[in-house]
Design a protein around this ligand. Structure first.
Ligand code: URA
Length: 199
């Protein structure tokens, strides 16, 4: 069995936070183990919880059509979420749930080793662009340790707010050139604390 399948089997029975009490099925993620691009959403919704698969409801259908705009199918990328079990009533994930689940996401990134991580929505953005505002940084990329991080709105937001559709679609269309120009993207600056080492 592949390392990713083994990991996902562990995630499927995870009890690190209370969300396991409410879920029908955990939703570890799916796609290619050698994917170049990883999409990270927020949390499974009702459809995902029923099927144990990420982004299979209306937001997922829209994500599929966004992928098709750049000639990709979901099997060619990896799709997962910040938290792997559905919060009851689709409430926002709590900080302790996000922290408890973070280790799984880090291990998935380590195994898949993507060139590009696309954050979908605020929660996923906050993990990789802490303290930033999505409306300011969406459509922009940062390179750190050889991975490009790219923030986009959540597809569900564009379903609810028609005016975001154009924005999310334009941001999706930038992905092929981002990958092609990976070398040209500026490395993120070290944190000020690190700079102070040289004072
Ligand atoms: N929204 C998400 O953030 N993730 C899913 O898997 C489905 C909807």
């Amino acid at each position: 069995m592949s390392a990713l399948n083994e990991l996902n089997q562990e995630i499927a029975v995870c009890q690190r936070c209370d969300l396991y009490k409410y879920r029908t099925r955990a939703v570890p993620g799916e796609g290619a183990e050698d994917a170049e691009i990883m999409f990270i959403g927020e949390a499974p919704g009702w459809h995902e919880d029923q099927q144990g698969r990420p982004f299979v409801g209306p937001a997922g259908q829209y994500l599929d059509s966004l992928l098709a705009m750049i000639n990709l199918r979901r099997e060619q990328v990896y799709i997962t979420n910040v938290v792997k079990s559905r919060p009851p009533g689709n409430r926002d994930p709590l900080p302790q749930e996000i922290t408890a689940c973070r280790q799984w996401l880090d291990l998935q990134v380590e195994i898949i080793c993507p060139r590009l991580i696309v954050t979908l929505g605020r929660y996923s953005m906050a993990m990789f662009f802490p303290g930033k505002s999505i409306s300011k940084i969406r459509g922009t990329a940062q390179k750190r340790d050889n991975i490009i991080y790219y923030a986009m709105y959540h597809p569900a937001a564009a379903l609810h707010q028609q005016s975001l559709r154009q924005v999310i679609e334009a941001d999706m269309l930038k992905i092929p050139s981002l990958l092609a120009e990976a070398e040209a993207i500026t490395e993120a600056k070290p944190e000020p604390e690190q700079l102070s080492l040289f004072d």
